[in-house]
Design a protein around this ligand. Sequence first.
Ligand SMILES: C[S@@+](CC[C@H](N)C(=O)[O-])C[C@H]1O[C@@H](n2cnc3c(N)ncnc32)[C@H](O)[C@@H]1O
Length: 225
Amino acid sequence: MLVEVITLFPEVVRVPLAASMMGRAQEMGALELRVHDLREQGVGKYRQVDDTPYGGGPGMVLKPEPIAAVLEPLKAAGGRVLLMTPQGKRFTQADATRLSREPHLIFLCGHYEGVDQRIVDTLVDEELSIGDYVLTNGAIAAVVFVDAIVRLIPGVLGDENSAPDDSFSSGLLEFPHYTRPVEFRGARVPDVLLSGNHALIAKWRREQALAKTKRVRPDLLEGKG
Ligand SMILES: C[S@@+](CC[C@H](N)C(=O)[O-])C[C@H]1O[C@@H](n2cnc3c(N)ncnc32)[C@H](O)[C@@H]1O
């Protein structure tokens, strides 16, 4: 998958995505990451990328010309343009799954008060939010979305089976995990996990997942009877 990120803060994107599984995804060719520094298309001698809002009020708005200059050729090459904004649809695991099938994604990251609305109206395919809170810039959200999407590309996760069990994939939060030692500070691993009985283990895990979901995220169970 080709992932392009347009941002004023390239390092905020490059550094976290160079580590761990995303670094591995790039090494194995599952992820090709291109980060575009919006400042390079800034207007005039001072490479201006922002200006005061029409109508007054605090803050600055990202100007349309630098964004259009970077974004238009990428979109023309077939990329799906995702705007990072708290005003967008809240991103879910279902969105991650859907977007993991796209060959080419473009993440447009805002800053200050956000981007000029004419960019949103003419060049953006989808507005996405990381949650109901406000970040200082969209690069942080883009990193999270890229990680959530790219880990679902077949072959990226070492263990092919681990993604379907993850929280949300099955509509439930995941069951609890234990590893060695059997006893830690007086607390033992549940006997069923030591039993070797795979049917019983699967049943226990499903019950645990259901109980945790009921307790912590009952909204996930709504409409499932
Ligand atoms: C300070 S925010 C602007 C918030 C904007 N004035 C508003 O109230 O909708 C600056 C940038 O951070 C990013 N951002 C902030 N919160 C976000 C969220 N919940 N999801 C995705 N991006 C977010 C966006 O790219 C946004 O343009």
